[in-house]
Ligand binder design. Structure first.
Ligand SMILES: Cc1ncc(COP(=O)(O)O)c(C=O)c1O
Length: 485
């Protein structure tokens, strides 16, 4: 059991909370981007994702400066850093990323459409997708995406076919697996041999893929892509990956007579969720990466490639928090007599599946006030019909915690709203951006009406005769679950 110390519950660790997060001097309420969390819930409903614009932009800038053009010998007009849309994407966020000089890495037709509708030019887009459809591939080529990342032999034929249709020579990267065991959860490690992504260098598939791509006149092989996993704190895996891909570029030159020019090292940089987490320090890490690549390129007598990166979590993760309202506070006696208090909030696994999926851990604070009360051992749980619906397994909260208090969970920007579901027909929370005292809806909150609008059964006569469907302002009325519009 990993239990944080009960002291300093109301303190906001600046490595975990958004950069503008502070406590209101009078009320003790959490304030982000100059906006009081209690007011945000009153205005936009609970639960709510609160996104700190200044935090997001400053992290994006940090990546551009550390890893991007100007930081190295880059001569390209295209960006070197592509924000990984899968972590979280909306039109507003795509625009912020682009304005800060980042491109966007998209994996599906939906992410592509969002980035394109946001006005991000194709030259600033990378298209991934381990089973991208023909339609998604066509859409990417129609959007003039700068790079498509090839992930399978079928994909070579697919991209070539779609490029040929429009008479375009499509620049591509080939995704390779470098055989690295990233030190992270099994489900977010992606460069060992036994998984679905990319072509194995060790098994010879990557060289065969390069041979086939080079033989297709509709494709131009720019280079190679490696993404070893996510939430990584140690540089070793990145180093091994960078060095193995450079060695592979030398092999491709020697075997196929092709000198490739681009090396994309994907994303994966970890963030601080808990006080003990120690993320990589950004400018130093960027320098290290360039050092490994330059050194090995010199060794293999290769020109240094254009380096590309695709951070997702490290850009958006710490920028967002989830605010929930407490609905029940239930003490449960454990074997041995210890009391654990189950604190139920008005969201849960439908807005944050990561604890259930990866045993992910988070930091929580009482956000509507500060309390001097003694700390009690708590488990923060959601409102869903699953005992695994846990937001935070073990934490300390003030013993005077009461129904109606607001809890804020930090660092929920990445893979929370993006992975949200409608389990139990619960509408997904909205996302509100805050900056300098202003709040702007980035994604509006879903309503039950949104969900029922998909239900074709409502077009049929109901057994009771009418077609009334779901009465607006139905059973829960105008409450905080988004029943009303
Ligand atoms: C190909 C690729 N690039 C980038 C990322 C972003 O990773 P992270 O959010 O850990 O930076 C992922 C995440 O799964 C990925 O699969």
């Amino acid at each position: 059991m990993r239990v944080p110390a009960p002291d300093g519950q109301s303190e906001l660790d600046p490595g975990i909370w958004p950069r503008t997060a502070e406590r209101d001097a009078a009320s003790g309420s959490l304030v982000i981007g100059g906006c009081d969390i209690r007011q945000l819930l009153t205005d936009f409903g609970s639960p709510l994702f609160v996104l700190d614009e200044a935090d997001f932009r400053s992290r994006a800038r940090q990546f551009r400066k550390g890893f991007g053009a100007g930081a190295d010998s880059s001569t390209s007009d295209s960006p070197n850093v592509y924000y990984a849309a899968k972590a979280f994407l909306s039109v507003t966020v795509a625009r912020w990323a682009f304005a800060e000089g980042l491109g966007i890495d998209v994996s599906t037709g939906g992410e592509l459409a969002c980035a394109v509708r946001a006005g991000v030019p194709g030259s600033h887009l990378i298209m991934h997708g381990s089973n991208r459809s023909v339609d998604e591939t066509r859409a990417a080529i129609a959007a003039d995406v700068g790079v498509i990342v090839i992930d399978s032999f079928e994909d070579i034929a697919k991209v070539a076919f779609c490029a040929n249709e429009v008479g375009r020579v499509q620049p591509v990267l080939i995704r390779v697996t470098v055989g690295v065991e990233a030190h992270t959860h099994e489900f977010i490690a992606t460069a060992h041999e036994d998984q679905k992504f990319g072509f194995s260098i060790a098994a010879g598939d990557a060289l065969e893929a390069a041979r086939r791509v080079v033989d297709v006149p509709d494709l131009r092989l720019l280079g190679f892509h490696s993404h070893i996993g996510s939430q990584i704190f140690v540089p070793d895996g990145f180093e091994l990956a960078a060095r193995r891909v450079v060695a592979f570029m030398a092999l491709v030159r020697d075997e196929l007579g092709v000198t490739t020019t681009h090396l994309d090292l994907g994303g994966g940089i970890g963030i601080k969720y808990l006080p003990a987490d120690q993320p990589l320090a950004l400018p130093e890490f960027a320098r290290q990466v360039r050092g490994w690549v330059v050194e090995d390129c010199e060794h293999h007598d290769l020109p240094s490639p254009e380096l590309m990166f695709e951070p997702g979590r490290a850009v958006i993760g710490p920028s967002m928090v989830t605010a929930y309202t407490v609905g029940t506070v239930k003490p449960v006696e454990l074997d041995g007599g210890e009391i654990r208090t189950y604190v139920s909030v008005d969201g849960g696994m439908s807005d944050n599946i990561r604890p259930a999926l990866y045993d992910a851990e988070y930091t929580v604070t009482l956000a509507s006030r500060v309390s001097e009360a003694e700390a009690m051992l708590c488990r923060v749980v959601g409102k869903h019909c699953e005992s695994g619906d846990i937001v935070i397994k073990d934490c300390w909260l003030p013993s005077d915690l009461a129904v109606g208090d607001v809890l804020a969970v930090a660092a929920t920007g990445a893979y929370c709203r993006a992975m949200a579901s409608n389990y139990n027909l619960v509408p997904r929370p909205g996302v509100v951006a805050v900056s300098e005292g202003r709040a702007q809806v980035v994604l509006r909150r879903e309503t039950v009406e949104d969900l029922l609008a998909l239900d074709a059964g409502l077009d049929e006569p109901s057994p009771s005769g009418g077609r009334e469907g779901f009465a607006r302002n139905g059973p829960e009325g105008n409450d905080s679950q988004g029943v009303t519009e």
